[in-house]
Design a protein around this ligand. Structure first.
Ligand code: NAD
Length: 338
């Protein structure tokens, strides 16, 4: 075991006693830094063996990655790694790892909450009653029984599958599209279809893809035009997957009926964003993953990740499993943890 392994957390936000104690026991020195720019990160991590981060905006760009001569691991307290240039890390021999399953339950719960709130117009009705009203709630679109609706999942990974399992209890038809599935999808009750069919046949479209060059703007003007006029789009993945100006036009011109968004293109959502003006849009402040349980889960996973690499094993959730690591690693499954 390397006795002088240095891990640098570059955007720390809370108390790291748990991490420090567990990592000290395996010879890791955890340093806490607050960085913003690429130069800050390069300065803070010049001799780091591992870089640890939480933020969705922390710029782990190619320039930063090429300036980390000792780094063997970039570990993130999150699922989405769109702010890490994983391809550059792969070229540099650096393993990138996330906490892939830390909030599957929370985000799928949040997606279900947004889907049901949209289908039952809970938020509009709540605003109506809070404004002092009771009778006469106007419905731009008639309400439908949930089991008469079709749910379309864009992406069929961990969160989408958990969402499907929870929504299956409502006995609606569930479709999914995911070009990276090797087989039929293998999720009971979920019909795998093309993106076009999903858009055409779904009343509720729920987005669960990572943000990549391919998925940026995936839900664009053509996609909104292909959706049903009663359709609602729900996004708990990453804001830029939706072309927001196309969404605003789709809402204004009533190509679709509404949206429920935990994530938006620019976060925090600008005060003057047109999205705030629609009663048919539910907004939550990128809190889909939040719970004390998910945070504890992420912290355990990040420490496991660092400890695995220090002890010479692959981390539990490598994002770039094809990388040739700077120091060779054995399979995670061979790690017999105490
Ligand atoms: P996952 O990796 O298990 O699943 C993503 C799926 O998307 C994969 O099956 C992949 O094949 C599929 N995919 C990739 N490109 C696609 C495309 N062009 N069309 C259709 N499918 C495509 O990830 P997950 O755990 O389900 O998380 C999904 C995303 O949710 C994350 O990448 C992250 O950005 C986001 N997320 C948001 C929050 C939040 O707080 N709102 C929290 C966690 C994760």
């Amino acid at each position: 075991m390397n006795q002088s392994f240095k891990a640098v957390n570059i955007d720390c936000n809370f108390d790291y006693t748990y991490e420090r104690e567990r990592l000290a026991a395996c010879g890791v020195d955890l340093l806490l830094r607050k960085t913003v720019t690429e130069d800050d990160i390069i300065r803070a991590c010049a001799d780091a063996d591992a870089v640890v981060l939480e933020g969705a905006k922390t710029p782990m760009t190619e320039r930063v990655i090429l300036a980390l001569p000792r780094c063997r691991l970039i570990a993130k307290y999150a699922v989405g790694v769109d702010n890490i240039d994983a391809a550059a890390a792969t070229r540099a021999g650096i393993v990138v790892a996330n906490a892939a399953d830390y909030c599957t339950e929370e985000v799928s719960d949040h997606a279900v909450a947004l889907l049901l709130a949209s289908a039952r117009r809970v938020v509009s009705m709540d605003r109506f009653v809070h404004a002092g009203n009771w009778a006469g709630f106007t419905r731009a679109q008639p309400l439908r029984r949930v089991n008469q609706l079709t749910l379309g999942l864009v992406g069929l990974g961990r969160i989408a599958r958990a969402t499907a399992r929870k929504m299956a209890g409502f006995r609606l038809r569930i479709l999914a599209t995911d070009p990276y599935l090797t087989g039929p999808g293998n999720e009971p009750g979920v019909e795998v279809v093309s993106f076009e069919t999903l858009l055409r046949e779904s009343d509720l479209v729920s987005v669960h893809v990572p943000l990549t060059p391919e998925t940026r703007g995936l839900i664009n003007e053509a996609a909104f035009r292909a959706m049903r006029p009663n359709a609602v789009i729900v996004n708990t993945s990453r804001g830029p997957v939706i072309d927001e100006s196309a969404l605003i036009r789709a809402l204004e011109e009533k190509w679709i009926a509404g949206a429920a968004l935990d994530v938006v293109a620019e976060e925090p959502l600008p005060a003057g964003s047109a999205l705030r003006k629609f009663d048919r849009v539910i907004l939550t402040p990128h809190t889909g993953a939040d719970s004390v349980d998910s945070m504890a889960h992420a912290r355990r996973t990040v420490v496991d990740t660092i400890e695995a690499v220090v002890r010479g094993f692959w981390p539990p959730f490598p994002v770039n499993p094809k990388v040739a690591p700077r120091v060779p690693l054995r399979p995670f499954s061979e790690w017999a943890r105490p």
